[in-house]
Each structure stands twice: as structure tokens, then as C-alpha cells.
Design a protein around this ligand. Structure first.
Ligand SMILES: [Zn+2]
Length: 344
């Protein structure tokens, strides 16, 4: 790997800067796999993940999230500490990420959506991807009844979706999709389904499947972890499992009672599997209110991660830990980002 931003700084300046503004970083990953169709940029290839770990080993001090929290609680100084986290609970975290974490001896916390564990079905956004973003012809118009409101999506030219269209959309973020494209249809339907309670979302997905005449399968690259795999993840002590609600609920859109159930139940589900307390939490979509923070604290968690970008400093709230989301960058690009983040 060529020289990067961090490497070029003389040692004395690095030391001085860290003395003045000591901070720590928490990194957010989702999947360690080849991207395929990845409208949310959730995938980092095993090769790139390995390069990231090499950079972290070289320029930072990898720590478990719980150690970083202890430093925060004790009001001690950070010195370029870096904690790695994964959201959602993809099986590739065990099969692709863990061997690399072991190779570099770098700890990580994996936040698992407990309701998907061992279900042999993909997360809802991946199922929607299988229905809408795989090469196939779809009917002319999609109608969905969501909470009594009829939503209509005339597909126009997006009726057709070729292998070439799919390749073109690979790596293209859903939020930037062109109106009228198949990717835009995916994004638009996703926006309607995202805030729904799980049951209504399930019903809507079933309707979309019937409309498209597609039955999604649990792909090895996308399937969630099983109970056995969660236990294997923690073997060796390098990986800690945290909670991420039961159904990946968009918490702030729901009453406190539903939020409480999801937060507590995900903790209980994972503790039943693991046989020990689960003490860290991450908010699905990084979405929460002041009420949610209180509910997470009351449920017995020690800390919770958001998706707000920022460094962890001495005054950071343990229940609003900022994180930097990591993209599918090579080691050199990752090192530059890391250097920028430490100056954030
Ligand atoms: Zn998530």
C-alpha cells in the first residue's frame, strides 16, 4: 500500500495533535461480501476489509467497544482508539469477517436483529431487492394499500430490467436514483415500508411478491445469522454480540410501548441464545428520540450506538455514540478517511 495522509505526518505532530484533541472512533460495517446489487452500500469486500484491518493495526489502537466505554466513563484520555461494529447480524460477519478479525487480532461488536435469527429469510430490504432489483420484467403498475392509503407506482420504462441495468446500478446509491428508473422504484417502495410495524411490512412485502410473482430465497451472501452461528461468533472472546431490536423497527415512528417491547425483547432473545447479559445496543437506521434513549437505558444496556458521524470524546453520551460508516474502499482510501476522521 502506498503512503497515506496519516503516514506523512511527522511523529511529533501526531503526538502533539493527539495530546490537544484526543478522540476515539467507532466504525460501522454491515456486510463483508462481494457487493452485487447493493443500493445502500452495505458491503465491503473481504479483500478491502482485510486492508482496512491492516491500516487500523498500523495507525490506531483497536479496542473492544466495552473498553472504549470504560475509558469514557472513567473520564480518561483516548489515544487513537478504534472500535469496530457491525449492524444487522449478517451470517457473513461470522464466515468472512471473523477470520480476518482473528488474523489481525482486532475486536468487534456485532449488533444482531434478533427476530431474523435462524429464520432462513433475508432482511426485508434485501427481499425487496430480490423482487425489484434482479433482471426480470414486472407488471405495468404496482398498487399497495398502506394504512388505508392506496399508493400507485406506474413502472413505465422500468417494467424491463436487464442484466446490464443491474450492473449499471451496482454501487449506485438508492437515494440518488433517477426518477422513473427501477432503482428509483425500489427506493420509493422502501421509503413507504421502512416506518411500518413488522406485520404491516410483511403484508406489503407479500403483496409485492404476489404482484411480481417472485419468491425470494435466503442467499448465502445475504442471509442472517443462526443461533448456533451467534454462539460461534463469540467463541475466542474477540467478538461481542449486541442488540439491534427484534424486527429492525424504525423506533421513533412508533409509540413508547412498541419501542420498549422491541428493545427489551431483542436483549432477552440474544441472552437466551448466548447465556450471558447483552449490554450494548444500536438503533436501527440510527433512528431514536429522547424517549428511546431512556428506554434503552432502562432495559439495562450500558451503551448505544447511533449513525451520526463524529468522534468519541470525553463528553460523548454513552447512549448516543457516534460512528463513521465505512464504504467499500481500498486500504489507501480507507487510510485517508481515517486520517480525516481523527481531525473531525
Ligand atoms: Zn440495521
Amino acid at each position: 500500500m502506498t503512503k497515506n495522509g496519516i503516514g506523512r505526518l511527522p511523529r511529533v505532530f501526531r503526538w502533539l495533535r493527539n495530546r490537544i484533541t484526543p478522540s476515539a472512533l467507532i466504525l460501522l460495517y454491515h456486510r463483508v461480501a462481494e457487493p452485487g446489487s447493493d443500493p445502500w452500500s452495505l458491503s465491503v469486500t473481504p479483500q478491502h476489509f482485510s486492508e482496512h484491518l491492516e491500516v487500523i493495526r498500523k495507525y490506531g489502537y483497536p479496542v473492544p467497544l466495552r473498553k472504549l466505554n470504560r475509558v469514557l466513563q472513567d473520564g480518561k484520555r483516548f489515544s487513537r482508539s478504534i472500535a469496530i461494529t457491525f449492524d444487522d447480524g449478517y451470517a457473513n460477519n461470522l464466515h468472512n469477517a471473523k477470520p480476518l478479525l482473528e488474523r489481525y487480532d482486532i475486536p468487534a461488536t456485532i449488533f444482531v436483529t434478533s427476530g431474523y435469527v435462524g429464520k432462513n429469510e433475508e432482511f426485508w430490504w434485501d427481499e425487496l431487492n430480490q423482487i425489484l432489483l434482479q433482471p426480470r420484467r414486472l407488471p405495468a403498475e404496482l398498487h399497495l394499500d398502506i394504512k388505508g392509503n392506496i399508493h400507485a407506482w406506474p413502472l413505465g420504462a422500468a417494467i424491463e430490467y436487464s442484466e446490464e441495468d443491474r450492473r449499471r446500478d451496482t454501487g449506485h446509491p438508492a437515494q440518488e436514483a433517477k426518477v422513473g428508473s427501477r432503482l428509483f422504484l425500489y427506493y420509493s417502495v422502501w421509503q413507504q415500508l421502512q416506518p411500518l410495524p413488522d406485520e404491516q411490512r410483511r403484508e406489503a412485502l407479500d403483496e409485492i411478491m404476489a404482484w411480481a410473482n417472485v419468491k425470494p430465497v435466503a442467499r448465502p451472501t445475504h442471509r442472517p445469522l443462526t443461533s448456533e452461528e451467534i454462539c460461534v461468533l463469540e467463541q475466542g472472546g474477540l467478538v461481542e454480540v449486541g442488540a439491534h431490536t427484534v424486527t429492525h423497527l424504525f423506533l421513533a415512528a412508533h409509540p413508547p410501548s412498541s419501542q420498549r417491547d422491541e428493545i427489551r425483547q431483542s436483549k432477552a432473545d440474544l441472552e437466551k441464545v448466548l447465556g450471558h447479559p447483552v449490554t450494548s445496543f444500536s438503533y436501527p437506521h440510527g433512528n431514536y428520540t429522547a424517549e428511546t434513549l431512556a428506554l434503552v437505558r432502562e432495559a439495562g444496556f450500558n451503551c448505544a450506538c447511533s449513525t451520526v458521524s463524529g468522534n468519541v470524546r470525553r463528553n460523548t453520551d454513552l447512549f448516543q455514540l457516534p460512528r463513521f460508516e465505512v464504504g467499500n474502499w481500498d486500504g489507501e482510501k480507507f487510510a485517508k478517511r481515517l486520517s480525516n476522521w481523527f481531525h473531525f
